[in-house]
Design a protein around this ligand. Structure first.
Ligand SMILES: [Zn+2]
Length: 201
């Protein structure tokens, strides 16, 4: 039996999800199109609605439904302390630890010359502008310990060298290649409170 074109398309598109291969995609597609049609419609609508309303905060880059997110506009948070993360989900993971009361900058990516992702794509100019206008005193680099994460962290460190800013990095404890999001809360909490200052020379 030949699978219908539309089922095949859905299967193909489901495979953009992390961890979903051809087998799982087939199971999910048939699950959605079978007795779960109503829920499938809801899922499809909520994806559409989220795509239409969710955007990056103009300052920090976090995904949310406001031009300026609630963290950036919160006067109770420390303007002189900035935490640099790769993704919105990393930001949420750090918020969950309640260890940090500064503000964030979400890169929405990591340096990757092969994929054409350089400083412009990561809005490094915006980051430098924030540091200057807010008189940031400390920057915490909270990136995953992958090759790209390390390279990006090093690049940022080099960028801040001439400025009067203390640059620190999460302590070991974030497993290599692991998403911050998947590290359990306590490990991340410890990594945060044991962050080390990178030397200036
Ligand atoms: Zn923001």
């Amino acid at each position: 039996v030949k699978i219908s074109k539309n089922i095949e398309n859905l299967m193909m598109n489901l495979q953009i999800l992390p961890g979903v291969g051809p087998k799982t995609a087939k199971r999910l597609a048939l699950f959605l199109l079978g007795e779960n049609k109503k829920d499938a419609r809801k899922l499809s609508c909520s994806i559409d609605e989220a795509l239409d309303s969710i955007k990056e905060c103009q300052i920090c880059g976090v995904l949310n439904d406001l031009e300026i997110c609630s963290i950036c506009s919160d006067p109770a948070r420390d303007n002189s302390n900035l935490c640099v993360v790769e993704t919105t989900s990393d930001l949420f993971a750090i918020e969950d630890t309640k260890e940090f009361n500064g503000k964030y900058f979400v890169l929405n990516g990591l340096l990757s010359p092969i994929d054409g992702i350089g400083p412009d794509e990561l809005r490094i100019n915006k980051l430098m502008e924030i540091c200057n206008t807010r008189k940031v005193k400390e920057i915490v680099i909270a990136l995953n310990s992958t090759l790209e994460g390390e390279a990006t962290g090093y690049f940022l460190f080099e960028n801040f060298k001439g400025m009067d800013i203390k640059v620190s990095k999460l302590a070991e404890g974030v497993p290599a290649g692991g998403d911050l999001d998947y590290v359990d809360n306590n490990t991340l909490k410890r990594a945060f409170s044991w962050r080390r200052v990178l030397s200036k020379d």
